[in-house]
Design a protein around this ligand. Structure first.
Ligand code: ATP
Ligand code: HSE
Length: 319
């Protein structure tokens, strides 16, 4: 589920009256997603997404995210900008939450992408990076390399309740990956930082939407590709790597940004960093979400297992 904050039809109709979008026809909560409340809203003029930002999105970051979406949309990237109301305001407050009405994009996110879809998604990421080259705003990565050790320590020995020995194994991996992090050697740009298959909408083999920019930040460009690679090229358990998908994704990206020898050499470390980052955020959520909550908890171990592919030297310490 992802409706943390209910919005009644009356309140929504009043909210929509600020915009030139016609009148409310129907609204229903969207089950996918875990971070924010999302409604699919139909009006007499079209279809929209209403997002109410929950705990993980800081309202103070919304102007950055919305400027980023406007920048990309203006350059032809398939992203959903927020709709502005009659006074030109995009970021609103609804039921005590920051909220935006967002352009609806057609397409579906695929759970098992084909090579052709992975290639198209790699091209779409490269197009996005090219379009962001002149985006002037910056935002620190709230899940960046310097946050991993503190978050790891906040999880603490409770990690061993997820799997015996996880505290020692993940701590070992974090030390190695952070120690080898190639920060100064690579381009720093604006990145999406969470371009999982569920954040790419597709129509057939074509990308029709890139969504969920709420981790977007200023960080290493090839780290964005590494995050995407780690998210797309494994089965759900994280134990099985699909080389055809990984290669297609990278080949699509390299049409525009061929990886230099330095980037190729850094890639396993960057991808291991992605494994650490998502293992940690999932572990934190796992430990802090009651087992009977309506939200489906994501498996941290699926990311720990991916480390064996990118960093076999860490494998003996991971499962
Ligand atoms: N602009 C859009 N156009 C069409 N569908 C959208 C749009 N934005 C969101 N959706 C739909 O809503 C779902 C949830 O959106 P989103 O991934 O942004 O939510 P979230 O709670 O931030 O999720 P996540 O767990 O991925 O962080 C998506 O899977 C997609 O089906
Ligand atoms: N994409 C993330 C969740 C949202 O940040 C994950 O699968 O762990």
């Amino acid at each position: 589920m992802a409706v943390y904050t209910p919005v009644s039809a009356e309140v929504l109709a009043e909210f929509l009256a600020r915009y030139d979008v016609g009148e409310l026809v129907s609204a229903k909560g969207i089950a996918e997603g875990v971070e924010n409340t999302n409604y699919l809203v139909d009006t007499t003029t079209g279809r929209f997404i209403l997002t109410l930002y929950e705990k993980r999105v800081d309202g103070g970051d919304l102007p950055y995210f919305m400027a980023l979406l406007d920048h990309l949309a203006a350059r032809g990237n398939p992203v959903p900008p927020a709709i502005k109301d009659r006074s030109g305001t995009a970021i609103q407050t609804l039921e005590g939450r920051p909220a935006c009405l967002i352009k609806f994009l057609s397409g579906v996110s695929v759970s098992h992408p084909t090579s052709a879809q992975a290639r198209a998604a790699g091209v779409a990421m490269a197009d996005m990076h090219a379009a962001l080259a002149d985006f002037p705003e910056t935002r620190a990565n709230s899940m960046g390399v310097e946050t991993w050790s503190p978050l790891f320590e906040r999880c603490g020995r409770s990690l061993d309740t997820i799997a015996p020995g996880l505290y020692d194994d993940l701590g070992f991996a974090i030390d190695r990956v952070v120690g080898a992090w190639p920060q100064a050697m690579l381009d720093t740009v604006t990145i999406h930082a969470d371009l999982f298959p569920d954040n790419v909408l597709m129509r057939g083999d074509a990308v029709s939407g890139l969504i969920d920019f709420y981790f977007a930040c200023t960080d290493l460009r090839v780290y964005d590709l590494a995050i995407m690679h780690s998210a797309w090229a494994f089965d759900a358990t994280g134990a099985h790597y699909d080389a055809a998908i990984g290669d297609a994704l990278t080949a699509g990206y390299e049409q525009r940004f061929p990886l230099s020898s330095v980037e190729q050499a850094a890639f396993p470390t960057l991808a291991s960093g992605a494994c650490v980052r998502f293992a940690l955020s999932r572990a934190w959520d796992w430990l802090n979400t009651p087992a009977d909550a309506l939200v489906t908890r994501k498996d941290p171990l699926a990311y720990v297992r991916r480390l064996s592919h990118y960093a076999p030297e860490l494998a003996k310490r991971t499962r």
